[in-house]
Structures are given as C-alpha cells and as structure tokens.
Design a protein around this ligand. Structure first.
Ligand code: ADP
Ligand code: ZN
Length: 733
C-alpha cells in the first residue's frame, strides 16, 4: 500500500496540487469550480459525460482536507482500477469489498486508522452493514470523514438504466453523519434521473454542475458496409492503432468475427454473456492489460469497464438505439485523446432487425423498438452533424459544424441525380422487376457477361446508358432510392428490386431525386498525421509501459496514460526536469519510472539519430559547445547552406585558408557532419594522406614542404584533422 501523500509544506494553488499529485497542468472544464465548492463543504451533484474527469473532483479535495473521503462505487472492478491508479500516484487509497480475505480486511482497517488512507472505496451494500457503520463511527471520531462521494449516482433512481436498491439506503448514512458533505457523480443524461438523485440522496442546496455531453475528442463516422464486409473490417483494422472494441449484435457473430480476426493474425478476443464467467473475466483482463488489442463483444461488454485508452469503437452491426450508441461508442477515448467511433451501416441489416422486431410479442415493445430503429437509421443516413444529432437526442443544443464527424469534415453536397434515377428505374422496369441491384447495374454499364447476353438484355434501350458512372455510384443511388422509399426490394432473400408508386413519379419527371454524395469511404487518420518517428517512439514507450505494468500487475494506463506517452514521444525529454514538465508526470511517477523512460527515449534517439529536447549534460557535449566559437558557427552555417570554401570566404571577407582552418577544426571536434569529399577531390586527398603517412603528422609545415607547395595549407589542415580523428577512433575501439 502506498503511503500518505507528503504533507504540503506551504500553501499551494489548486493547480500546483493538481500537478503534484496527478501530474496534470490544467483543470478540465468545471473541475476547478466543483473542487472549490467541495472544499467549502457544499453538497454537489456532478453530471459529466464518461471521460469528463469526474473522479478528480472528489480525489483532489480528499487529499486537501483532513480525514477520510468515503467513496461509494457499485462495481468492484472499477474500485480496484481507481485504487491502483491512485496508489501509483503515491496517494493513500484502499478499498474494502467482498473479495478480500479477513486478513486483508484487518490490514486495511489498521492502515486507515493509522491515518495512511485518504480515500476509502466501498460497495454500497457493505457501507450499510452494522459492523461497517461502527467502523465509520470510529473513523468519524478519530480522523473525521471529509466527504461521501457517491459514484454512478444514477443507480439510486428507478428511472435510470441501472437501478440498485442498495443505493436507496445511502440516505440513512447521510442522516447518521449530517455534518459530512456528499458528492453525487454520474454520466446520466436525463433530467428526471438528476432530480431523483437530489431527492434520494437528500442533497442540501447542492452545487450542480452539468457538463456538455459533447465529446470533442471522438470522431464519428458512418461507413457503408461493403459486400465483403469482413474484408472491409479487416482493412479497417489494419489501418487503426491502439486498443479497440468491435460491437456485434449477436453472440454468434462475436464468436465468428473474433475467430476470423485471429486467423488473420489480429489479436482479438470474444466477449459475450453466453461465455463462462472465468473466460469472460480473463478476456477482459487481457484486453485491459493490452495483451490483446481487440475485443469483439456484444453490448454485454462495457458496463463498468473503465479502460481509458480505447482508441476506437466499431459497430459492426447497428446499435439498438441512439442512446445505446452514445454510451457504447462513448467507451472510446475516455482519456480525452483522439479516438474514432465508426458505424458500419448496411440497409441489408435493417431488414434483419425489422424481422426480429416483428417477432416481439408485445405491441408496445414493437412500437418502441421500431421508433428506436428509425432514429438510428436517420442518424446513419443523415448529412447533418453526427454529434449534433446525438446531443439533440439528449435535449442538448449543439451548433454542429464540429469538425469531428464525417459530415462536418466533408460536407456531403446534395446532388441532383434525377436523370440518373430515371435511368436506373427505367432499367428496373425494362428488366421487368425480376432482378437485384447488381444485375441492373450490369445492364446499365453495358456488361458483356453471359447472363446479360443470354437474356438479350444488351438489346434493351437502357443497356450501356450508365457507363459514365461507376458501379459504386450506381449502388449509392440505388441505396438512396431504397432509403428514400422511391424503390422497393423484396425481403425473400433475393432482394429483387420492385417499382412503387413513387418510382413512377420519378420516371415521369414529377419528382426530383437528391442524393447526398459522400466522399469515398476512407478512414480519418488522425494519429497518422504525427511524424513517423514520433509514432515509432510512442510504440517503443508503449512496450516499456507494458513491461512495467506486467511486472506490477496493473493495467498499462495506470503507469502512464497514452497522452503522456504521446507527449514524451513528441518532446523527447532528456532530463528529469524535462520529464516533469510533461502532463501526466507528477513527482511520484517521476521517482518510480523517470529513469526507465528517460533511458528508453535516450536510447531510441541515439539509434535513430534524433536530437533530444535538451542535450543531456554529457561532458563531451558541453565541451563542444564551449569550443565552438561564433566564427566557426558562422562558417558552418554557410557550409551547411551548400556554399563552397571560396564562396564562404567571399561572403565572410576572409581568406579561403582560414575557412579551411574552421572546417578542419569542426572535423577535429567531430561536429557538423563535414563532408571532406565536397571540399577536396579524392585524388588530392590520397596524395595528402600519403604525405602525412610519410613525414608524420606533427608539423603542418613539413607536410606542406614535402608536397612542394602544390597543396594549400587549408587542404592539408583538413586532411590532418581527418587523419587525427580517424586515428583517435582507432585507438578507442
Ligand atoms: P469519468 O469518471 O468522468 O469517466 P475519469 O475521472 O475516469 O472520468 O477521467 C478520465 C480521464 O481523464 C482519466 O484518465 C483522468 O486521469 C483524466 N483526467 C482527469 N482530469 C484531468 C485533467 N485535469 N487533465 C488531464 N487529464 C485528466
Ligand atoms: Zn459534426
């Protein structure tokens, strides 16, 4: 168990405390205001989206106030994660729950009573047991309880999606310790649940903070599913970095996709409710610890899983509702770093879902399910800002134009495709409504396939009138017609295209057809924009992090979050002071990991010939900088611009031999990468070297005379410097 944080020797600003304990430089929106209120013992209700940084709002005050903060958290896994992360920051935190042995409990209890613990995590059911309440009385009397922090506070409400009756009894604890302020934290979006929380937890004139549910680090994109959907997924996987979740709608699909990915050497594991408990837990742990990169899962995966560095969430099947889509995709990028949320969408899938909906016995259920499906479809087909659609669903006004969704980045222009639609529909008519989409496109594009020729469809008036567009363009149009209800398709498994009333309106030019033309589906490559070296160093540091994490048996993000490794890769810190400047590196982390990360960075930079942020204080480096005079540097600068010796001499108003002298000095210092071949022809070099070998390297003049004045002093100086530096390296090795 880690120790109590060192006492603050002098009053510090909240920012300084943030840096010292957590290594961060600035507060996230809202955090500072909340913390100030909490320090004044006010009750608070904090509503922030996942990844908003709720925990810090009770963790930092807990360190600044005397006594113990009791954190109520419903999920054991979450508790352990948070406690591990705190301990790794050198903060005294522990949990008490049913997984501990009696001995483990006793140890923790005495640590608490010895004042080593600032944050005590408990499950709600334990909080209410008589023994625990007695223990709390003791804490209250001897140390003081600084606050109750009630995480996932929506569990108190029947209106929420995760009601837990134990939460209702928290009210009793509140009345037992009326002097202790309470904090309720949740990511719940609905107004009704919020009001219920205030009532059920008897919050007194609480300070309420409702953050925007906009997650600016998440990039949303809808990608039309291609025919070979697994290949498409595979290509997608190969272009994505980091951990990711692939959500599928059924257990069978989960098994299938995980299996196929494994066969393609992509480290993926399945997760669904039909698996044995131990297997599920093991797969989950391996994902959290970065042993595998991909989790293929049903929606059973995610609740209470707190991996902050999930870099992408792909929905391989349609989500059930827009709300579930927000929650599931929102499991990406909890650490605030860029992450991608991709929805693979196909109208074909809709049919399956519709079929399943119609199997539901209850009409109300069917109605709600249909409506939810429609909202998801509208989302997928919309050309509006994706964030805006989601936030509007939660009653939040968002201006759109986010730059963080496919629609905002590539405004899909609505194009008038009436003429194309007329061509397509009349081709369906000429083929007597007996074929599917691909066949119609074949005819339009003048295919010479046997099928088309045998049927004599090359004689149709619509044969070959669509050569100006690609097959994909035609598919886009066909899907859009289907989606807009301007064309029908049978659901008997053959997907035969059928004309309807609206189709005829189009063909009679009574109706315009507008199609939102998306850019070619391609992945946004945000992380790729970084220079290749930064990416390589990042990977290198990730490996180190993984090794350390495995040794300590904690998830890698506990050691450092991705963002911190990214900064290290970008800044290439050389000293402990440099490292401490990086967000996410506090003093405790520096002591624990500083040396390992610095030497990894140093080694990488040496291998790759990259400069460090500030050169490490090596004797040699300093001496070079001391030796390099102003005039030497000026010569070097001109040399590096590609000027010849004569040109440099001209430019500087010096004699060429002086410039040669400068360059010789640089060679002697092994500085500036002077290319001798640029200065002296190889033949002349050889003659001078022979002379040095014959008369020795003691006297410049002797060499000059031996060469009978055919060679300049400057050239000889250069070769002498070369000779000496080569000799000295021979001696060394
Ligand atoms: P929530 O509980 O709201 O889902 P967390 O408290 O788990 O979110 O915080 C999400 C992530 O953001 C964590 O990795 C946390 O360390 C990080 N974080 C929180 N506050 C800050 C901050 N001020 N600066 C940088 N990172 C922060
Ligand atoms: Zn947008």
């Amino acid at each position: 168990m880690s120790g109590f944080p060192p006492p603050l020797t002098q009053p510090q600003s909240l920012e300084q405390c943030l840096k010292q304990y957590f290594g961060y430089d600035t507060f996230r929106p809202g955090q500072r205001e909340i913390i100030e209120q909490v320090l004044q013992k006010r009750d608070t209700l904090i509503i922030m989206p996942t990844g908003g940084g709720k925990s810090l709002c009770f963790q930092l005050p807990a360190l600044l106030k005397p006594g113990v903060t009791v954190v109520v958290s419903p999920l054991i896994a979450l508790m352990q994660d948070q406690v591990e992360a705190l301990q790794d920051n050198g903060i005294g935190a522990t949990f008490l729950n049913s997984t501990l042995s009696p001995h483990g409990v006793r140890q923790r209890v005495s640590a608490i009573l010895e004042g080593k613990i600032k944050l005590l995590y408990v499950a709600p059911e334990r909080l209410l047991s008589p023994q625990f309440l007695e223990f709390l009385d003791r804490i209250d009397a001897e140390l003081g309880i600084s606050a109750f922090a009630i995480d996932e506070a929506h569990c108190v409400s029947e209106w929420g999606h995760d009601f837990r009756p134990e939460y209702r009894q928290l009210k009793q604890v509140r009345s037992r310790y009326p002097h202790v302020p309470a904090m309720a934290l949740t990511a719940t979006a609905t107004e009704r649940v919020r009001r219920d929380i205030v009532k059920q937890l008897a919050l007194q004139k609480p300070y309420v903070h409702v953050a925007s549910f906009y997650r600016s680090n998440l990039y949303y994109q809808v990608i039309p599913k291609e025919k070979h959907r697994f290949t498409q997924l595979l290509n997608l996987m190969r272009s994505l970095d980091g951990s990711g979740i692939i959500y599928c709608s059924s257990r069978k699909r989960v098994e299938e996709v995980a299996f196929k990915l494994q066969k393609e050497n992509i480290p993926a594991l399945p997760y669904h409710a039909g698996m044995e408990d131990y297997e599920r837990i093991e797969n989950q742990t391996r994902f959290i610890r970065d042993d595998v990169q991909i989790m293929v899962a049903t929606v059973a995966f995610g609740m209470g899983i707190d991996k902050p560095d999930v870099r992408f969430v792909i929905h391989y099947d349609l989500p059930k509702s827009l709300e579930s889509y927000y929650q599931e995709s929102g499991r990406a990028g909890r650490d605030g770093e860029a992450a991608q949320c991709l929805l693979l969408f196909s109208y074909g899938d809709v049919k399956t879902i519709e079929y399943l909906i119609e199997q539901k016995p209850d009409e109300d259920e069917r109605r709600i399910a249909r409506q939810q499906l429609r909202q998801v479809l509208d989302y997928a087909a919309s050309t509006d800002c994706r964030h805006r659609i989601q936030l509007r669903y939660f009653g939040e006004e968002f201006p759109g134009n986010c730059g963080q969704c496919d629609n905002c980045r590539h405004q899909k222009p609505l194009e008038d495709w009436t003429v194309e639609a007329m061509k397509f529909l009349s081709c369906v008519a000429r083929c007597q409504e007996r074929f599917g989409m691909n066949y119609i496109i074949d005819v339009l594009r003048g295919s010479k396939s046997k099928k088309v020729l045998d049927r004599g469809h090359d004689k149709l008036s619509t044969y070959g009138i669509g050569r100006d567009k690609t097959a994909d363009d035609w598919k886009l149009l066909a899907r859009s017609l289907l989606h807009q209800g301007l064309l029908d398709q049978t659901t008997d498994g053959y997907s035969i295209l059928k004309l309807n009333r609206h189709s005829w309106e189009v063909m009679k030019k009574q109706r315009e057809v507008k199609v939102a033309v998306p850019p070619k589906p391609q992945l946004e490559q945000q992380s790729r924009s970084l220079a290749a070296e930064v990416g390589m160093l990042f990977e290198h540091l990730r490996k180190l992090r993984k090794t350390i994490a495995d040794e300590k048996q904690v998830p890698p993000y506990v050691v450092f979050p991705d963002s911190t490794l990214q900064l290290m890769a970008r800044e290439r810190p050389a000293s402990e002071a440099d490292l401490l400047e990086i967000s996410g590196v506090g003093t405790h982390k520096l002591r624990q990991y500083g040396r390992q990360f610095l030497s990894a960075i140093n080694q990488f930079c040496e291998e790759q010939g990259l400069p460090l942020k500030s050169a490490p204080p090596k004797q040699q480096t300093i001496s070079i900088w001391d030796t390099l005079s102003e005039t030497l540097l000026k010569t070097l600068e001109l040399y590096q611009q590609g000027l010849s010796v004569d040109a440099i001499a001209d430019e500087r108003g010096l004699k060429p031999s002086t410039i040669y002298g400068h360059l010789a000095e640089l060679i002697a210092l092994n500085y500036g990468d002077i290319d001798v071949d640029r200065l002296i022809s190889p033949e002349r070099q050889q003659v001078i070297l022979n002379a040095i070998a014959t008369v020795g390297d003691d006297s410049l003049r002797q060499i000059f005379e031996y060469l009978k004045g055919d060679y300049d002093y400057g050239e000889i100086k250069i070769m002498l410097a070369m000779w000496r530096s080569q000799r000295s390296s021979e001696i060394e090795f």
